[in-house]
Ligand binder design. Structure first.
Ligand SMILES: [Zn+2]
Length: 217
């Protein structure tokens, strides 16, 4: 499942799960359960829509939809996505691509969801103004940071991922191959070592038996 099977930090994975369940504490949600007063402003801080249900603030809001579109274009996609967060995450999970590319691919939706939510909170609680370009860069930087912390042997920088994603995807492929080859080599070494130990033990046992045999006069 895309929410758990990726290299994002645990708190981000948990947030992804909350979005999957539709349990993000938006203003609309808080008013519905009685924490916000009935007359409280629950409008979308990005587009001034009169409500901000989860699917609006994280996906279908024009401001956020543009962000998704830009990130998809950054990846080289020009496709129509589902308009519900749950459907989007399902679609993302089952999208077929090379296994190694998925290392980056699987973290993209969480980076967008998390960054959008953080930006929304910054605007609601700290009086910041929506900043589309800054949000885009933050999303890309988070993807790069999370991928780097997960794959320590990556030879490309955060800038490589942010500004040259196709090359970085090739880098992930090479790094993953190195890891696999390294594991295989280590496995062969261990097998050979075990073989040597077994042979040595057999020889020692044989010598012991030879030594224990009575000397025939
Ligand atoms: Zn909106």
């Amino acid at each position: 499942m895309v929410v758990w099977n990726n290299c994002a930090p645990p708190k981000v994975k948990f947030f992804g799960w909350l979005t999957w369940q539709g349990k993000v504490k938006t203003s609309s949600f808080l008013r519905r359960i009685g924490i916000l007063a009935a007359f409280a402003n629950v409008g979308c801080v990005f587009c001034q829509n009169e409500k901000e249900p989860v699917n609006h603030i994280l996906l279908s809001c024009p401001f956020v939809w543009l962000l998704w579109s830009k990130i998809m274009k950054w990846w080289g996609f020009q496709r129509v996505m589902p308009n519900l967060v749950e459907g989007l995450l399902q679609w993302w999970s089952f999208y077929k691509m090379k296994k190694t590319e998925k290392l980056l691919w699987m973290v993209v939706p969480l980076a967008v969801l998390w960054s959008t939510w953080k930006h929304r909170n910054d605007c609601v609680f700290n009086g910041s103004q929506p900043n589309f370009e800054e949000l885009c860069e933050v999303v890309k930087a988070r993807i790069a940071l999370w991928a780097q912390s997960f794959l320590t042997k990556l030879e490309f920088s955060i800038n490589d991922i942010v500004f040259n994603l196709p090359q970085a995807a090739v880098g992930v492929l090479a790094a993953a191959r190195c890891l696999v080859i390294g594991c295989l080599a280590m496995g062969l070494f261990v097998v050979q070592l075990m073989g040597l130990i077994v042979v040595q033990q057999k020889c020692l046992g044989h010598n012991l038996v030879m030594q224990q045999q009575p000397v025939v006069a």
